[in-house]
Design a protein. Structure first.
Length: 416
């Protein structure tokens, strides 16, 4: 690809990036060095589970971010946009034009001769932007199809040479298995219809040691699952990243605001933006949930991409900032075993069971920290009753001192 003089232009590049390889990496970095901004479109963003479309777009987005991050490309230099397939070429090309116009695109980059360039030429049409073919001047002889074949055939020695180091943790954590499953036609598919996100917030309360999940009650005006308890979530906007949709919907429905720190990793690094004195946390991909059954998917069909945030902290810090919405009222934390038995909307119970399994495998970093005396009393009903009795009797100061020393010894014995 030759160096274009218009360094202030904005270039758009569309691909399925399934998966990204060194050829992709090289030309994306050249674009970032040549133009003022790069708009990267993820095509077929709601396709998954087939041999051709075998990696969910959320993982492809992470791979793209990993490439830019590894080369210290500032986040303001690139934008990642999810573009769905459509029933007609006219609809699809209109979507592409709309994205380009909205982002001030001056140049368009694609090497897809069969599906884009030849079709435009046959129709006598032009996108209206200077066109760039990423394969011009490229000495990388492989395509994503070749990479997928190597994974299926187990040719790791060759594969390792063609995959950027920074995407390997993502590719070999989830995508590797998905490619193999899709090649055998049992991959997880995204069902046409309303595309949504759900967010599971699990908190292990260090005061009582129990695990809680954040739920709310759906409006009685809802067509699907009126009045049911549900996870926070909602629809993905047009061209929106599911990660952005998850953070947006979670804030709108609960009042808790997550900030994405680094989405080039799995799990991603996030932080609660409006809850003081919190730590960096991780946002996991829990899974994609689809069903043709209206009893599970609702009347609008579609699929949900579910994310989980697992926290070990004092529960009250988060309760203080909860704020219900019109869509989800009575937002509150429920003890996990109670929540499973309450009957949740959609496939939320299945999502929750998966998240619990993931959380059980998550390091319990607070286990080695001794309880304070107040925490010890709070989680031991018998000790609590003992304290209440002592308060009713009315001990003297010296008697209270002896009493507290006795409780402290009991607590230390328990921690030991």
């Amino acid at each position: 690809m030759e160096n274009n003089k218009n360094a202030n232009g904005v270039v758009a590049a569309i691909g399925r990036w399934m998966p990204l390889h060194n050829g992709h990496k090289n030309f994306l970095l050249k674009l970032a060095q040549t133009y003022s901004r790069v708009v990267v479109m993820i095509g077929s963003c709601y396709e998954a589970g087939t041999s051709r479309n075998c990696i969910p777009a959320i993982e492809r987005e992470k791979m793209l971010r990993a490439i830019f991050s590894s080369e210290k490309i500032p986040k303001e230099k690139y934008t990642i946009i999810h573009v769905p397939d459509t029933e007609t070429f006219e609809e699809w090309i209109m979507n592409i034009r709309n994205v380009c116009i909205a982002n001030g695109v001056t140049h368009f980059c694609t090497g897809n001769k069969k599906d884009i360039l030849d079709v435009l030429e046959a129709r006598g049409e032009s996108l209206g932007f200077d066109m760039i073919n990423p394969e011009d001047g490229s000495d990388f002889p492989y395509h994503a199809t070749d990479i997928r074949r190597m994974i299926i055939e187990g040719n790791y020695e060759k594969l390792e040479e063609l995959i950027p180091e920074e995407i390997k943790p993502i590719l070999f954590r989830n995508s590797f298995k998905e490619i193999i499953a899709a090649s055998k036609n049992y991959g997880v598919k995204i069902v046409p219809g309303r595309q949504a996100v759900d967010v599971i917030l699990l908190i292990r309360n260090i005061t009582d040691g129990k695990v809680y999940v954040l739920l709310g009650k759906r409006s009685m005006d809802k067509v699907d699952f009126p009045g049911y308890l549900a996870l926070p979530g909602g629809g993905i906007d047009e061209f929106e990243s599911p990660f952005d949709a998850a953070i947006r919907e979670f804030y709108e429905e609960t009042g808790l605001k997550l900030q994405m720190i680094d989405n080039s990793l799995e799990p991603a690094i996030v932080k609660f933006d409006n809850v003081p004195n919190t730590n960096l946390e991780q946002m996991f991909i829990v899974g994609i949930y689809s069903s043709e059954d209206e009893n599970l998917a609702g009347s609008r069909g579609g699929s949900s991409q579910c994310f989980g945030v697992f926290v070990e902290d004092e529960l009250y810090k988060y309760e203080e900032y909860l704020k219900a919405s019109d869509d989800l009222s009575e937002v509150a934390f429920y003890e996990i075993h109670e929540a499973i038995t309450l009957g949740l909307a959609y496939q939320h119970a299945e999502m929750l069971r998966k998240a619990i399994t993931m959380f059980d495998a998550y390091p319990d970093l607070k286990k080695g920290i001794p309880l304070s005396l107040d925490q010890y009393i709070a989680i031991n009903p018998k000790v609590m009753n003992f304290v209440k009795t002592a308060m009713e009797i009315g001990l003297t100061d010296s008697e209270w001192e002896i009493f507290e020393k006795t409780l402290t010894r009991l607590k230390e014995d328990k921690n030991a």
